[in-house]
Design a protein around this ligand. Structure first.
Ligand SMILES: NC(=O)c1ccc[n+]([C@@H]2O[C@H](COP(=O)([O-])OP(=O)(O)OC[C@H]3O[C@@H](n4cnc5c(N)ncnc54)[C@H](O)[C@@H]3O)[C@@H](O)[C@H]2O)c1
Length: 330
């Protein structure tokens, strides 16, 4: 089999629902000939299942030893953290999962400072990603977070509403935090070639329906928990593996990613922007929407700043003025 790379990909949280699905997806995509499964609980069962798929010429290892897992890793995706349960928000996971992110960042610095790209999934991803970046010493473009699900939720809701294929819904994006305060941008959306803004407010799609759809999108994760009795895992695993594929130089990732931002207006924060990911890392532009959409993005940023400042209070990260001592790239 021709692989995209022969460099080591480590999946952190590999015994869990997202992690185990990521391993399978990466193997099915033929991303790499070397994949390492790491978890605090043994991921050996997942590794055995993968070997029994008969993927053949891939080196599949499984370990609970973080040093072994990260040594020589060139790509990492981590879903290693607690998921939320019904009734919880992503923010309820803040302190516990950010402590895990601190450890992960420090372990990256210790065992694989030459890693090329890290994708962070565990929630609240904007904050766990930020903490990982800080302690890893990596450059801002080397750490991204999974934020795309909000966009694919908007795209699929519009496709269902208008009875078209998801590819016919273009220009969909949600920006800012991957929490219920995200900013849903509809002004660039086209529905089978028609401007969504020309359809909103007509009998075909009333302003109330659009408002409801935006609300449903921001609560899309909670809706999956209700439907399945557990936090979503197939879509996050698929999309994160697509992100790392782009970082390996493969096909371009089609949706926004969470990235470290310093624009003068939005500073020292990780959030979804208009991004591209390639072998040089993540690049971003600040999205431009209507006044209302831009105001939503400002509000989402403010919300993220509050959570970041809470991490300072909790002593998980120092004051921003001290960050460059830990990571000179920030
Ligand atoms: N960003 C997104 O869009 C998105 C979407 C869905 C879920 N999530 C998040 O992804 C995370 C994982 O979800 P899941 O459904 O796979 O949960 P899960 O409980 O099935 O799996 C998590 C795995 O992480 C492992 N783990 C815990 N602490 C660890 C550590 N310190 N180091 C290594 N591994 C560790 C656990 O042993 C477990 O196997 C959750 O935080 C969830 O909220 C994010």
């Amino acid at each position: 089999m021709a692989f995209l790379t022969n460099e080591k990909l480590t999946i952190v949280g590999a015994a869990g629902m997202i992690g185990s699905n990521m391993v399978q997806t990466a193997l099915m995509m033929g991303l790499t000939s070397e994949i390492c499964l790491y978890d605090v609980f043994s991921p050996e069962g997942v590794a055995e299942e993968m070997r029994q798929c008969g993927f053949g010429d891939v080196k599949i290892t499984a370990t609970t030893d973080v040093k072994e897992a990260l040594t020589n890793a060139k790509y990492i995706i981590s879903s290693g953290g607690a998921p939320r349960k019904e009734g919880m928000t992503r923010e309820d996971l803040l302190a516990g999962n950010c402590k895990i992110a601190e450890e992960l960042g420090k372990n990256i610095k210790a065992y694989c400072p030459d890693v090329k790209h890290v994708v962070i999934i565990f929630n609240p991803a904007d904050l766990t990603g930020l903490v990982t970046l800080l302690y890893s010493g990596l450059k801002p473009g080397q750490v991204t977070t999974l934020a795309a699900l909000d966009t694919t939720r908007l795209q699929s809701a519009l496709a269902k509403k208008f009875g078209v294929m998801q590819t016919e819904i273009t220009g969909c994006a949600t920006y800012g935090g991957h929490g219920e305060q995200m900013a849903v941008f509809g002004s660039h959306v086209k529905v089978a070639g028609r401007n969504l803004t020309d359809i909103i407010g007509t009998d075909e799609f009333t302003a109330e329906e659009w408002e409801q759809m935006k609300k449903d999108v921001t609560q899309g994760g909670a809706a999956i928990i209700k439907l399945r009795g557990r936090s979503s895992f197939q879509s996050p695993s698929y999309l994160s593996v697509e992100m790392i594929r782009s970082a390996m130089g493969g096909e371009a990732f089609r949706f926004p990613a969470g990235t470290y931002v310093n624009t003068g207006k939005y500073n020292n924060i990780m959030m979804a922007m208009d991004t591209t990911i390639d072998a040089d890392g993540c690049h971003y532009n600040v999205p431009q929407g209507t006044d209302e959409e831009n105001a939503k993005l400002d509000a989402s940023y403010e919300h993220l700043c509050k959570m970041r400042d809470e991490l300072v209070t909790l002593n998980i990260v120092p004051a921003i003025s001290e960050w460059s001592k830990i990571n000179p790239n920030l």
